[in-house]
Ligand binder design. Structure first.
Ligand code: ADP
Length: 195
């Protein structure tokens, strides 16, 4: 099994690159943002609760996303591996993910961290807001709140995986194809080392 985390602040291009990466490597894409938006679309109690937090730019509680991820990992036992996108976003989530994978005799192989300047993030998210229909993309205050949550709670996830020497930084600016090349170069390098 080959599992990795595509890491980066809101607007760093995780969703876009994930689509291309799962097609190339045959992985199952697990995006907590997508899973939460699907709960919102279905108007489930979980979705209604999550929407209130997401619309403010806050994170939803750890146990909610951990539960969703755990269910999805179990529901996809035959997968060749998982690409985690938007998860883990806190140290608690990272520790729980490690435990969950260990119990299934697997682990995170690499964390690819996409670096993008804050000015570029805000620009991209406002542009996405023009068409995405996402209520957390329309207003600069909410976008800044999401980036602040990232600095306060999520960037520490990198320190966690750095301890295990699993983090590789990739420049997240340039064309979609250029960034994809940088990401695949790292994944191919790691897979060769494993063989
Ligand atoms: P982006 O990376 O552009 O912010 P996402 O789709 O990954 O978009 O997440 C949107 C929102 O969903 C977040 O702002 C947060 O409220 C919630 N969310 C997604 N993943 C998590 C998570 N792992 N933990 C807590 N909240 C999450």
């Amino acid at each position: 099994m080959f599992n990795f985390i595509l890491f980066g602040p809101p607007g760093s291009g995780k969703g876009t690159q994930s689509e291309k990466l799962i097609a190339k490597y045959g992985l199952k894409h697990l995006s907590t943002g997508d899973l939460l938006r699907s709960e919102i679309a279905k108007k489930t109690p979980l979705g209604l609760k999550a929407k209130k937090l997401m619309d403010k730019g806050s994170l939803v509680p750890d146990e909610v996303v951990i539960g969703m991820i755990s269910d999805m990992v179990d529901a996809n036992k035959g997968a060749g591996g998982f690409l985690f996108d938007g998860f883990p976003r806190t140290i608690v989530q990272a520790e729980e993910l490690d435990k969950l994978l260990k119990a299934r005799k697997t682990q995170i192989n690499i964390v690819l961290a996409m670096d993008v300047s804050e000015a570029e993030l805000v620009k991209r998210l406002l542009k996405r807001g023009e068409t995405s229909g996402r209520s957390d993309d329309v207003n600069e205050d909410i976008i800044r709140a999401r980036i602040a949550e990232y600095h306060k709670k999520t960037s520490a996830v990198l320190d966690h995986y750095q301890k295990f020497d699993k983090v590789v930084h990739v420049k997240g600016e340039g064309s979609i194809d250029e960034i994809f090349e940088r990401l695949t170069a790292q994944l191919d390098r790691l897979q060769k080392k494993k063989d």
